[in-house]
Structure formats: structure tokens, C-alpha cells
Design a protein around this ligand. Structure first.
Ligand SMILES: Nc1ncnc2c1ncn2[C@@H]1O[C@H](COP(=O)(O)OP(=O)(O)OP(=O)(O)O)[C@@H](O)[C@H]1O
Length: 356
């Protein structure tokens, strides 16, 4: 997959100016409200008149204004799921999913239905579906069109925390099992960290940072987003292992595994995701012993940001995995937490909540 963007689009307050070359497998587009995220998606989908520049997806030229090329939306194979993705109320979930499917591609419908576990919902009408279920149907409808690229505009924004946690694993399945490339708009760092391999940060229509998510989504990204560090979560993805009876670990990387509450319905080796609230992690300057928390992780502070309301958010690198830990300003001063210091993090097993 490759994505070449060179876009100019005059908007009410500024001109959207995006120049980026992305590998494109999963890209998070982040920025405050009004920074141009939706406009960028609409340019890709071909829904904005007046866009200039070049958009090339996997060698297919969707837009090249200098050469007067502007592919019509229906020819672009973009699976666009707008923020308020509406289902057709008079059609069942299944009819909704089939609606956009390309003829001769019915296997895509079956795949989307299986992937998003829509089987039991197929005969229901949208009015009887929960918000999370509707999102899954909307996502399946986009997938069934056999898109070259999924354009997802804050697919979880309208959902409450519980529903969000139910839908997120489905997005991970779309990414990892269907392997459909996606551009994913969000203003939640946690979501972007777990979903994206690459990230594009917009501010007033301009690219503030673009590149590997691990580099772009560090502590400095928070300053660009609304102050929403409260409730911020660390989302960890990995494979379940059960090294001892009654003990379940999430293996995140070769060097990092985390004791987590068991998920009995998942077999050893299954992929799983857990969330750990940034405020539920204890930070210690010295080695920790005799604590009840089962996970004690050694790491280095790599960033410190104002998190609002007198609190700070420390970014801690633990064997290459970045954690965000929320601390009071007083703790930061008293413990002398500064970038570069070695610290230990204590995470209770019970603080790790399985997503879904
Ligand atoms: N059709 C349009 N013509 C001119 N200006 C527009 C148009 N649509 C949106 N804008 C303006 O462009 C800016 C970017 O809007 P856009 O919807 O792309 O932002 P966003 O980052 O997706 O915001 P949000 O997170 O609130 O959805 C806003 O200032 C908006 O008012």
C-alpha cells in the first residue's frame, strides 16, 4: 500500500494543505475539532469540489488537478464511513451491508458479516440496534464494497466508553484479519496509538507531524489535541499466555508482558487488547518491592506534559512501549520526575480492563 497526498483545499478559515507520503496500512489522522480532518477524508473520497493537488493510492491517480484528472467518487473504491454513518432505516442490517456490495463480490459481504460478527443481527432493522451494533453494520457495509482504502471518520466518537470498548476490537480485526488499509480520524491519542502504524497530525489545516505512529504520537502530540488527558488510557495489544495455573499474561512484545485478568473464553495465543487508565498507575523512583501490584515495570521518563487541572502526564518508555502515567503536579515536584530519569511503574492486574 502507498498513499501520496498533496492536497490544497480552501476552507472557511484557512486552506487545507497536506503533503505526505504514507505507507498507508493504518493511518491515524489527528487534530482538534475544526483542524480539517473530515475535509481531508472527503477530498480522498472525492466529495469535495475545489480540491487541488495530487492524490495517488497504490499507484491509482484519484486526483491530479494539474493534469485535469478527478476520478468520480464511485470509481475510487474508498470505503467512506462518515462520522454520523446513517443506515437505511427501512432496510435490515443484512440489506444495509449488501447495499454497496459490488456485484460478483458477494464473498466480501460474507467476510464482513463474519468479521464483525453480525450473524445474529442480520434480520434486525437499524432502529432496534445499539449504537455499537450500528457502527459495526456501517463498517461492514463499507468493507463489503471491497474498498482499496477505508476512510473512517471518528467511528467511535458517538459511543460511550463501554460501547467504544466493544467496537474497537472489531476495528483491530478489520486491520489485522481483513487487512484492508485504513485512514482513521480520531482525536483520542489512546485510540490512535492502538490502531495506527502511521499518524498524521493536523493543526489549522497544516501538517504538524507525520510519520510512524510511535514517533508522532508521543507526549508532544497531546499539546495539539484538546486537553483530554483525563480519562486517558494506555491501550495494550498482544497475545495471551498462561504460564502458570491461574495466571494470565498479555505478551505485548518479546520484552514486555503484563499480568492481566483472565479471559477464559480466549485460548492461549489469542490476540487481545487491554486498557489501563493513566491515572491507575503508580510511579516510583526507586525499585519497588513488597507491593501487591503484580506488574512492576522498569522504564525511563521520556516526556512530561501539562495535563490540565494541576496534573502532569508523564510518558514512560518501557522496553520500547510507551506508557502514559498521570501524576499530580505535587508528585512531579516532590519526586523530581524529569525526562531521562529511570522509574518503576506498578500496575495492578485488576487495573487492566479487557476491551470488549
Ligand atoms: N464545505 C466547507 N467549505 C468551507 N469550509 C468548510 C467546509 N466544511 C468545513 N469547513 C471548515 O473547515 C474547517 C475544517 O473542518 P473539518 O470538518 O474538516 O474539521 P475536523 O477536523 O474534521 O473537525 P471535527 O473534529 O470537529 O469533525 C472548519 O473550520 C470548518 O468550519
Amino acid at each position: 500500500m502507498s498513499l501520496e497526498l498533496s492536497v490544497r483545499l480552501p476552507l472557511a478559515r484557512f486552506t487545507l494543505e497536506v503533503d505526505a507520503r504514507l505507507e498507508g496500512a493504518s493511518v491515524a489522522v489527528l487534530g482538534r475539532s475544526g483542524s480539517g480532518k473530515t475535509s481531508l477524508l472527503e477530498v480522498l473520497a472525492g466529495l469535495r469540489r475545489g480540491a487541488r493537488g495530487r492524490v495517488v493510492v497504490d499507484g491509482r491517480v484519484l486526483l491530479d488537478s494539474a493534469a485535469r484528472v478527478e476520478m468520480p467518487p464511485e470509481a475510487r473504491r474508498m470505503g467512506y464511513v462518515p462520522q454520523d454513518a446513517l443506515l437505511f432505516p427501512h432496510l435490515t442490517a443484512e440489506e444495509n451491508v449488501r447495499y454497496g456490495a459490488r456485484t460478483g463480490r458477494s464473498s466480501r459481504v460474507d467476510e464482513a458479516v463474519a468479521l464483525l460478527e453480525l450473524g445474529p443481527l442480520l434480520h434486525r432493522y437499524p432502529a432496534t440496534l445499539s449504537g455499537g451494533e450500528k457502527q459495526r453494520v456501517a463498517l461492514a457495509r463499507a468493507l463489503a464494497t471491497d474498498p482499496a482504502l477505508l476512510l473512517l471518520d471518528e467511528p467511535l466518537a458517538a459511543l460511550d466508553v463501554t460501547l467504544k470498548e466493544r467496537v474497537l476490537p472489531y476495528l483491530l480485526r478489520v486491520r489485522d484479519e481483513a487487512r484492508v488499509p485504513m485512514l482513521y480520524v480520531t482525536h483520542q491519542l489512546g485510540e490512535a496509538r492502538v490502531l495506527a502504524k502511521e499518524a498524521l497530525l493536523l493543526e489549522d489545516g497544516r501538517v504538524r507531524a507525520v510519520g510512524l505512529a510511535s514517533q508522532v504520537l508521543g507526549a508532544s502530540a497531546r499539546g495539539l489535541l484538546a486537553s483530554e488527558a483525563e480519562g486517558e488510557e494506555n491501550i495494550l495489544e498482544g497475545v495471551l499466555e498462561r504460564p502458570e495455573p491461574g495466571g494470565t499474561r498479555l505478551r505485548v512484545t518479546e520484552a514486555l508482558a503484563l499480568w492481566v485478568p483472565d479471559a477464559p473464553e480466549l485460548a492461549d495465543g489469542a490476540r487481545a487488547a487491554y486498557a489501563v487508565p493513566a491515572g491507575d498507575i503508580l510511579l516510583s523512583m526507586g525499585p519497588l518491592s513488597g507491593v501487591s501490584a503484580r506488574n512492576v515495570l522498569a522504564g525511563t521518563v521520556v516526556g512530561l506534559e501539562d495535563a490540565g487541572m494541576g496534573e502532569q502526564a508523564a510518558t514512560v518508555d518501557v522496553s520500547g512501549v510507551r506508557w502514559v502515567v498521570r501524576l499530580t503536579g505535587t508528585s512531579v515536584r516532590e519526586l523530581a520526575v524529569v525526562p531521562g530519569v529511570r522509574v518503576h511503574l506498578a500496575v495492578k492486574t485488576a487495573a487492566c480492563r479487557r476491551l470488549r
